[in-house]
Design a protein around this ligand. Structure first.
Ligand code: ZN
Length: 136
């Protein structure tokens, strides 16, 4: 793994939280993006080499809505950047980690992503992400 790419934080209201984190960080988010497949709206803040991703559910069936219902707002996942997501997924599965998706899927911010089940990682929801390189 290369670095912590971002930390995901589940919020109830993206607009309010964008204001709150703008005050905290002293700068605004640089993008808002809907990820329809996950039923979430996201916003991103750049903090040095890492990012903070705020996640708001767009639907009561969204995993974020369920998370907030159970545990309230707060830290949701840690995302690590990898060079080769398929190779990392294969390696980690062999090591006994449970993958939540068997194939990399398209996440926010131009990434291929895969999540590891928190039960297999000491309660931490881990996201692997790899930048999508557009090729002709
Ligand atoms: Zn994320």
């Amino acid at each position: 793994m290369l670095k912590i790419e971002h930390i995901g934080i589940a919020v109830k209201n993206l607009e309010n939280s964008n204001d709150l984190f703008k005050t905290l960080f002293g700068k605004s988010h640089y993008k808002i993006e809907e990820v329809a497949s996950e039923n979430v709206n996201t916003s991103f803040f750049q903090i040095g080499d890492s990012k903070i991703e705020l996640l708001e559910a767009t639907d009561p069936a969204s995993p974020i809505a369920k998370f907030i219902e159970k545990r309230g707002e707060g830290m949701h996942h840690i995302a690590f950047e990898v060079d080769d997501i398929e190779a990392e997924m294969e390696r980690l599965e062999k090591e006994g980690f449970r993958l939540l998706n068997k194939k990399p899927k398209r996440g926010a911010d131009n990434k291929l992503v895969c999540f590891l089940h928190p039960k297999s990682a000491n309660g931490v929801l881990v996201e692997l992400c790899q930048e999508i390189k557009e090729e002709e």
